[in-house]
Design a protein around this ligand. Structure first.
Ligand code: GLN
Length: 472
């Protein structure tokens, strides 16, 4: 028996190289947990059949060859919107049911090149729109800490897989919080890298100017290991960039108190947040108040830009170029019937709203204004970072809610993104780190905190994160 409950990448790697167990045995151990738990949790939509075979191929390498591979034999789960060549990838949508990835995403190719064993694809909100995984066309994922509650979203399957011992590491994608919020809800670590740090090639586009792939892990160190492998400029993504400045950061943390304490945040989350501030102080950090004057525009600007880019990106799913269609005599009907029947409600809503905000008469007043707001928010953050090294906020304002509780009130789910969207609007990196637990009707639910830093200062996030985890 391998003790999965305390496993990290470096531990697993050492054990595999030392011959304590093989990669195939480790993969098999995870497959057993998946078999036992996935019926209830629904974290995985499918497993990659080649996983064990790939693990055995790795096991047949010499010790020298094995030690050269940073992720040699390490099992990793992949969100269902990131391509793994030859495997089904559906973005949890019916329109891509049985769609096979024709190539590897750069991130998954890099993981494979580093020796990782990709084990399966994880559940998500359809096309990465939502915040609870309830918008999946293949059933909701359940939070392993309390299976009556949501795991967060949209990378809810990835976070639940890692939290539930069904994966050591998972990839997620984050457009407005989709790595960080489920990580917080499930008690694991999630990193949204700097925009452009990780190639988006092979990630199904939701909002091209916000989307980033990032790791969901059990420790900050594991997130760092994965980030260092998947990052880098890529000829297939012209927005990808190499780190140009090495950012050395100090120990001053800014807290936007007016924003955080302005109402709408649950007292349980606030308690963990305040405890975290005290913890940082006791670890030698200085915590100061900061102002972000235009923060009130963040959520509306985010959603206008989100709808606009989604309406454009989703046009490729026309029932002809990709996936399944419903046949008809008239071309237009092929589009309308296929999209009408095979795209979920939230996706169709965003396409319509996005088309509206981009339409000739409204373009300037909605899309144009939202873009201006994005600019002033970015400059608020840049000014704040002249004075502080990190910005600390909660990840989400509430605890994971009961499945079904918010489906009739979509706006309340949008409000959950209040603390996460600014990292996507500004392009800055942010990490969600487990910070404590809150009691909710007898169950202990995890609560995370979010640290944000200037562009390409991921190393600083890892450093402060490890200090907070008591690992430095
Ligand atoms: N909840 C946000 C939205 O629905 C973020 C989603 C994401 O990051 N993919 O837009």
């Amino acid at each position: 028996m391998i003790d999965l409950s305390t496993l990290t990448i470096s531990k697993a790697r050492k054990a595999i190289i030392a011959g304590e167990y093989s990669s195939a045995e480790l993969v098999d151990e995870y497959l057993k947990v998946i078999k036992e738990k996935n019926g209830e949790i629904n974290a995985y939509l499918g497993l990659y059949e080649s996983a064990l075979e790939n693990a055995r191929a790795f096991d047949n390498l010499s010790t020298e060859e094995k030690s050269k591979l940073t992720l040699g034999g390490i099992p990793i789960a992949v969100k269902d919107n990131i391509l793994v060549k030859g495997e089904v990838v559906s973005s949890a949508s019916k329109i891509l049911e049985n769609y096979l990835a024709p190539y590897d995403a750069t991130a998954t190719r890099k993981l494979k090149d580093a020796g990782a064993i990709l084990i399966g694809r994880t559940n998500m909100d359809e096309f990465a729109m939502g915040g609870s995984t309830e918008n999946s066309a293949y059933g909701t994922t359940r939070n392993p800490h309390d299976t009556t509650r949501v795991p967060g979203g949209t990378s809810g399957g990835s976070a639940a897989a890692v939290a539930g011992g069904m994966a050591l590491v998972a990839l997620g994608s984050d457009t407005g919080g989709s790595i960080r919020q489920p990580s917080s809800f499930c008690g694991v670590v999630g990193l949204k890298p700097t925009y452009g740090a990780v190639s988006r090639y092979g990630l199904m586009a939701a909002v091209s100017s916000f989307d980033q792939i990032g790791p969901i892990t059990r420790s900050v160190e594991d997130a760092e290991i994965i980030f260092n492998i998947i990052k880098g400029k890529d000829a297939f993504d012209s927005t990808s960039r190499e780190e140009t400045v090495v950012q050395s950061r100090g120990k001053v943390i800014g807290v936007p108190n007016t924003f955080v304490r302005g109402g709408g945040i649950s007292s349980e989350v606030l308690k963990v947040f305040d405890d975290s501030i005290e913890k940082f102080k006791s670890l030698g950090y200085e915590v100061v108040d900061i102002e972000l004057p235009n923060i009130k525009y963040a959520l509306p600007a985010y959603y206008i830009l989100n709808f606009a880019e989604i309406s454009s990106n989703m046009s490729r799913y026309d029932g002809i170029r990709f996936g399944t269609n419903i046949d008809s005599e008239k071309l237009f009907e092929v589009y309308s019937k296929s999209r009408g029947a095979k795209l979920g409600k939230e996706v169709r809503k965003r396409i319509m709203l996005g088309t509206y905000v981009l339409s000739a008469g409204y373009y300037d007043s909605y899309y144009g204004k939202a873009n201006l707001a994005r600019g002033v928010i970015k400059s608020d953050y840049e000014k704040a970072f002249d004075k502080v090294d990190y910005i600390l906020t909660p990840v989400a304002p509430t605890l994971p809610w009961k499945i079904g509780d918010k489906v009739t009130d979509p706006l309340s789910i949008y409000l959950e993104d209040i603390f996460t969207v600014t990292a996507n609007l500004t392009g800055m990196p942010a990490i969600s780190i487990p910070a404590g637990f809150a009691n909710a009707s007898g169950t202990k639910l995890p609560v995370g905190i979010q640290l944000m830093a200037p562009e390409f200062a991921e190393d600083a996030l890892f450093e402060a994160g490890k200090v907070f985890e008591n690992k430095l």
